[in-house]
Design a protein around this ligand. Structure first.
Ligand code: ADP
Ligand code: ASP
Ligand code: MG
Length: 325
């Protein structure tokens, strides 16, 4: 099994979803589990719903309706005349959250947050699974809440590895192309939990670990892991290969291209990680695997911004010497 992960940037609109199909046609899609995040900035919009729910004059229904309409727009572009079924599926997911919010008695912000914010991933994967089916690719939509088992530490839940492994193996058995959600899981009460913002990369690593996957590919809007964030630095260079340890250091010090928890499960089972461009799937991108060290040998930069501008810190890594400057 291979694991692919597509993040919010790759599925921000209908063109992004269509592009997933062309990536899959390029790479092949059998024996592949595809983990997908919420579309574009949906998670931020859902966070606003939760904040508003606690307001004195809540307008969360309006907020939710706007998010639903944005998804309907994407569905209309993808399915044209055949959009009714997918719209109905999405409407059902929104209705479940509305019923939950209308009947909810708890004031536990984090618990409510996870029930609401997880909607983004459920909706995006439903649209993508239906779309790919409509284009002739047989696939199964897999509910990550039935697979990723966690404690009840809402918004940053901790994994129960044993239960997760069992559930994933059971759920994936006999399926060739699976589409599941990043970021979300469930606790022993059956309530939805989340793994922390940007946690979908970590979900991909969890699935890969449980399935003993041959590789994980994270598809990004950049050519791979660069020696600095291209939004901040000019003339960045692509790191063609990098060790697990170097990737862990970059992620932990704040290179937001990979979620920090992603590398360790992969390193434990020596599962290679590829970071590749979803715009140019034929390009090699970056590979992180056993026995590989940094290539090319260039310093890597991370800008850490604090609220106080005088505290802005430039971290420079120079892996060749194993030292940080
Ligand atoms: P996703 O769509 O998977 O959530 P992200 O937006 O979280 O993707 O991550 C991709 C972004 O990470 C890039 O657009 C880039 O600006 C940023 N980034 C930060 N550091 C790096 C780095 N060292 N190499 C590549 N991209 C980086
Ligand atoms: N959708 C979630 C977020 O925006 C998880 C992810 O994208 O990785 O944080
Ligand atoms: Mg992201």
């Amino acid at each position: 099994m291979r694991v692919f992960k597509f993040g919010g940037a790759s599925v921000k609109d209908a063109a992004g979803v269509i592009n997933i199909l062309s990536v899959l046609k390029h790479t092949g899609f059998s024996e592949t589990l595809i983990v997908v995040s919420a579309m574009g900035k949906t998670t931020n919009a859902l966070e606003e719903v939760v904040k508003n729910y606690f307001d004195e004059t809540p307008r969360y229904l309006e907020y939710l309706e706007k998010i639903k309409q944005n998804h309907y727009q994407i569905i209309a572009e993808l399915f044209q005349q055949d959009s009714a079924q997918t719209k109905e599926n999405i409407n059902q997911l929104f209705e479940e959250i509305i019923i939950f919010l209308n009947n909810n008695k708890t004031k536990d912000y984090s618990l409510i947050y996870d029930q609401v914010v997880s909607l983004g991933e459920l909706v995006s994967t439903t649209i993508i699974s239906n779309y790919i089916t409509s284009q002739g690719i047989k696939n199964r939509w897999l509910d990550a809440r039935k697979c990723i088992k966690t404690d009840s530490y809402y918004r940053d839940a901790n994994l129960d590895w044993e239960a997760t492994q069992k559930s994933i193996l059971k759920a994936a058995d006999g399926n060739s192309t699976l589409i599941s959600q990043g970021f979300i899981g469930s606790d022993s009460e059956g309530l939805t939990t989340t793994l922390g913002r940007e946690g979908s990369d970590y979900s991909a690593a969890i699935f890969a670990y449980a399935l003993d996957a041959e590789s994980v590919t994270i598809w990004k809007d950049v050519p791979g892991v660069l020696n600095a964030d291209p939004r901040v630095f000019k003339d960045t260079q692509l790191l063609r290969q990098i060790s697990y340890r170097e990737a862990i250091e970059l992620a932990y010090y704040g290179a937001s291209v990979i979620h920090p928890k992603t590398l360790q499960p992969l390193q434990r089972k020596e599962i290679p990680l590829f970071v590749k461009s979803f715009e140019n799937p034929a390009d090699d991108g970056t590979s992180v695997s056993k026995g590989k060290t940094l290539e090319p040998l260039v310093p890597c930069f991370i800008l850490k911004k604090k609220s106080n501008p005088f505290e802005t810190l430039l971290l420079r890594f120079f892996f060749y010497c194993g030292r940080k400057y």
